[in-house]
Design a protein around this ligand. Structure first.
Ligand code: LMR
Length: 396
């Protein structure tokens, strides 16, 4: 049966964890996967999460099946984060949200639903994009193309190229956009650029699919939701995948959501009924724990304030690490100006290091990064940054 099965390559991101774990060197550093670590190099268990878990334990809640679309209080809270709790779209019943298995799970149920709805659509993703976007949409049956995004010459955005490529897409193409903290580059659009992208989606009859995995890591919950609000104001129908892996430090609980903004309450009911069929035939219904924890935090004013403060600390520490990375490389006399790292946002930086340089970092120094040159700035800390800077300067 399996004689013809070929060995698949390691996942470009999660595969690095396997190699890192197998590395016996004591001073190894994992800048590969997008995970936030404290200055002590630990994945934090947030205080707000611990308190919500304590309450849940005390309540000794039964673990029955959840509804197919998940916990209602969770789904409402997700909508509030994305659109603002007083959004007229929510009041009008035009938004549906389904709890999903992380951001990836949300993208998958969105992709499967879209493939039933409009199978001949092209999916357009940024060049570059998160490695899993292409594989996921191709796996759902779509042809996936790139639109221009990153400008290697400036380590910034090729906005003219992006806009030209979006305008050239056939009607009903699905455009995957990173709502904030672009993964892998850390390069985001300005508010004015977002307005032009929204206009291009309207003019071209495109289907926007916003990936929101890092809300709160650029400037804060409200400002990081700005792009979603612009799409909401446009009258377009669109999709948003949310992830709370990073913002709640709940990676292994797989807490995410798919929200679909439809044209009317009636449309919303029909779309939800179809989305439920997709979920039921994939994994039936979501797990209880992570969603309950996030809903408890978001729906309690005290815990929400505690969470936003903790998220702010994570954001500030990443910015500090960006700053130190840039300054220390300059102080070392690095041949390249890395000041662009301070302009990039979120967990990642596209450093411009080549695949060969990344390989040297791993082999000679035990420093792991994605072969594209992406590093997770959120894994730098006061103890490992000097070693990382020395190694980067050495391979340049
Ligand atoms: C990343 O890009 O490293 C994260 O989103 C983790 C993942 O699933 O790839």
């Amino acid at each position: 049966l399996f004689a013809q099965v070929e060995l698949a390559p390691r996942d470009p991101i999660l595969g690095l964890n396997e190699a890192f774990n197998a590395d016996a060197r004591a001073n190894k550093v994992n800048l590969g996967v997008g995970v936030y670590f404290t200055d002590e190099g630990k994945i934090p268990l947030l205080k707000a999460v611990r308190e919500a878990e304590r309450q849940r334990l005390e309540a000794a809640a039964a673990r029955g099946y959840l509804p197919i679309e998940g916990i209602a209080a969770y789904n409402q809270a997700v909508q509030g984060l994305l659109l603002g709790k007083d959004s007229p779209l929510i009041t009008a019943g035009r938004v549906i949200t389904a709890q999903a298995l992380g951001g990836t799970g949300a993208l998958k149920i969105g992709a499967d639903f879209l493939n039933r709805l409009t199978p001949d659509s092209i999916v357009a993703i940024s060049d570059p994009s998160w490695e899993n976007h292409r594989a996921l949409f191709e796996g759902a049956g779509f042809t996936v193309k790139n639109y221009r995004y990153f400008d290697a010459a400036t380590s910034g955005l090729d906005f003219a190229g992006m806009l030209a490529d979006l305008k050239a897409l056939p009607a009903k193409s699905i455009v995957v956009l990173h709502a904030c903290c672009h993964n892998p580059t850390g390069v985001d659009l300005s508010a004015d650029q977002w307005k032009e992208v929204v206009a291009a989606c309207q003019a071209g009859d495109l289907i926007p699919f916003l990936d929101m995995a890092y809300q709160g890591f650029a400037e804060g919950i409200e400002p990081d939701g700005a792009a979603v609000r612009l799409f909401a104001d446009s009258g377009l129908s669109f999709f948003v995948s949310s992830s709370f892996s990073k913002s709640f430090s709940l990676y292994g609980e797989r807490v995410g959501a798919l929200s679909i903004i439809t044209g009317s309450k009636d449309e919303a009911a029909r779309v939800l009924s179809q989305e439920k069929r997709v979920i039921r035939t994939n994994y039936s219904n979501p797990p209880t724990h992570g969603g309950t924890v996030v809903a408890t935090v978001l729906n309690s004013p005290e815990l929400r304030a505690m969470w936003e403060a903790e998220l702010g600390e994570m954001r500030d520490r990443i910015k500090l690490m960006r700053n130190q990375f840039v300054n220390k490389l300059a102080a070392k006399g690095a041949k390249r100006d890395f000041s662009f790292v301070n302009r990039q946002r979120g967990m990642f930086s596209y450093t411009g290091l080549s695949a060969a340089q990344v390989e040297r970092l791993q082999k000679e120094f035990g420093i792991y990064a994605v072969s594209t040159g992406r590093i997770c700035v959120a894994a730098l800390n006061s103890k490992n940054i000097d070693a990382v800077v020395d190694a980067v300067a050495a391979v340049l």
